[in-house]
Design a protein. Structure first.
Length: 184
């Protein structure tokens, strides 16, 4: 009788322990998804401003058509991406092309004086600050979630129930880490 009760208590403890770890993993995965959706909202806001920015710069397209085409192509790739990994990769591409677009104002004084361009640049600059803060939060939640998925004993539950590591939002290639160089 005592052995039976002890077995039931041990099974109940293991079950409660497993449920606790499982619920914690679900909570952390939801934080990661929420953090990514915040980044996604800011990026969408940024990408909604890009057509206006491109329209403002179109007068200079004769000289800078390639830069405009890269910005538009990168925006379109991001908008059609479906997974966080695809969105992160496409976001890294557009960050560099936007820098080149803003560097155009140094070469074209008329563009630098264009109020619409300057207003759009200010709006995008504010959004970039929000995106940076969102990336920090996202990467922090990913770190916590991934750590939970990889440390004992939660790694056992994570593997049993198919919890996978989430990707960090980071710059992938060296070119994007460097300052933008515009040559005329």
């Amino acid at each position: 009788m005592v052995v039976g009760i002890a077995v039931i208590v041990v099974i109940a403890f293991i079950l409660m322990f497993t449920v606790g770890i499982y619920n914690n993993l679900i909570k952390k995965r939801n934080f990661v998804e929420e953090a990514f959706s915040t980044i996604d909202a800011y990026l969408k806001k940024r990408y909604d401003l890009i057509p206006n920015l491109v329209s403002t710069v179109k007068g200079y397209k004769e000289y800078e058509g390639e830069t405009l085409e890269k910005v538009i192509a990168a925006r379109n790739r991001y908008m059609s991406a479906t997974t966080p990994e695809e969105k992160i990769a496409n976001e890294n591409m557009i960050a560099g092309t936007l820098g080149k677009l803003f560097a155009l104002k140094e070469a074209y004084p008329d563009l630098k004086a264009n109020k619409n361009f300057m207003k759009l640049q200010d709006e995008l600059s504010n959004i970039e600050t929000d995106i940076l803060q969102s990336r920090k939060y996202y990467n922090g939640t990913v770190r916590n979630y991934n750590t939970n998925c990889q440390t004992f004993p939660s790694v056992i539950i994570a593997n049993m129930f198919g919890f996978k590591k989430s990707p960090f939002f980071k710059i992938e290639n060296e070119e994007e880490k460097n300052n933008v160089k515009v040559e005329f």
